[in-house]
Design a protein around this ligand. Sequence first.
Ligand SMILES: Cc1ncc(COP(=O)(O)O)c(C=O)c1O
Length: 402
Amino acid sequence: MRIELDRLKAEGQYRTLAESASSCEDGWIWRDGKRMLNLASNHYLGLGHRLDEAALARWTENAGEAVAGFGTDADAAIRTGATASRLIVGGDPAIGRFERDFAAYKGTEASLVFGSGYMANVGIIGALVGRNDIVFSDKLNHASIVDGAVLSRAETVRYRNRDMDHLESLLRRADPSKKKLIVTDSVFSMDGSIAPLAELAELKERYGAMLMVDEAHSGGVYGREGEGLAHALGLTGRIDVQMGTFGKAYGCYGAYAAGDAVVIDYLVNKARSLIFSTALPPMVVHAIRDQWKAVRRDGWRRERLLSQAEWLRMQLRGAGFDTGDSECHIVPVIVGSNERAVAFGRRLQEEGVAAVPIRPPTVPEGTARIRFTPMATHREEDLQMALERIVTVGRELGVVPG
Ligand SMILES: Cc1ncc(COP(=O)(O)O)c(C=O)c1O
């Protein structure tokens, strides 16, 4: 282990855990004892997330409806443990009720709550395909999709990022008798680029494949009430499974799958990360519902997030930074080597900007980067301050010309 850890250090790949405490109202963070502007989180909409008396009253009201006949006090709303898997006795009524409401919002027949996005991807892919099937996976898909494909034991065929010609050539070559699953992030988490969902739906129909879309970074951000990109593009009915997480724009924890009732029924019977794991605590389900309501209500957060990100991207590009294919609220600055990304991140943190280096295997070799993610609640003057410091440090380290 020591040898491997030394190798990671020598390659600029060594990682450590930092203590961080975030404030979402204004987008600042305490990190390793220092106050910084938080440009590194996935809490895009900056929703407050604390259990105060008002939240408790709302949760209690929800729990009250859900546990009619079992008493309706605050106790039901703040239970910290589900006691078992959903398939045993962990099915608090709040979960099923939330799933029905959430499916209506997504425009699907049904939805299913998972413990986290990672668990959802591993469970869904493992349920949909097996040993004799093929997964067609975008090369930049999230690690949880990669792991889901590996665990499914299906053959995995990776296509070049968003390259539909490449995907089609691979589909054409594949054994027509095999079950096929195309899977993609809708927004690529480290690039801020967007998958061509309509073309993917066309290919899946042409080649008789299933299509699964990971809305982790688009849920809450796109759509009139944050329903996600597939919904915003009118593609809901053409996608077999949408999944997403409640840990990012929704500002909570947990995840979902959404699709036809038969698909969700199938997942209940086959998704091992659902079946063999304790259900989310009821209090977390109430918190998810609460955050989801705020996401629907606060359209201004989506608008502000996207305009702040557009401003940041334009300013960074104007200053000479390489922001890759970014076209949404995720704005990477690609610097190349791991060492340079680590130095850039460290200097920015010294300057009061929480910026975290992203290195392989999270991104391809030679494309280490800082991934900037503004929040809807960042003040303009704070973003301006961050931009000035990014430019100063970028010049100091030779990332952009001085
Ligand atoms: C595209 C994508 N899918 C899935 C996940 C996993 O979600 P969670 O953090 O809820 O496990 C993430 C987040 O890390 C992600 O970026």
